[in-house]
Design a protein. Sequence first.
Length: 103
Amino acid sequence: MSDIIRLSISEASRLFGVNAQTIRRGIRQQEISYSVVRNRYQLNFESVLKWSQRRTTIQNKLAKNGIGQYVDKWKIKNPLYSPNPKVIPTTSNKTGTTHPPTK
């Protein structure tokens, strides 16, 4: 059983780079699952993430204003922790280039 990650509205808005009203709109439209603890919304992180990926504008805000702006700095340079290219299966297309398999 996996632990459920819960966020407050303000945490979600900072993390995803959107206004708190945008998060509340997602709750009101029943696109984000939540629970109420001590009269406060506790949002399910997975549902907020899925909600953000369905909307292009929110994806862009996540990349520009949210946590996505730091992803470029996360590149792993230590070969010990980098994925082994021999382990990752690839498929080839008609042009001869290889790509990771799509799901």
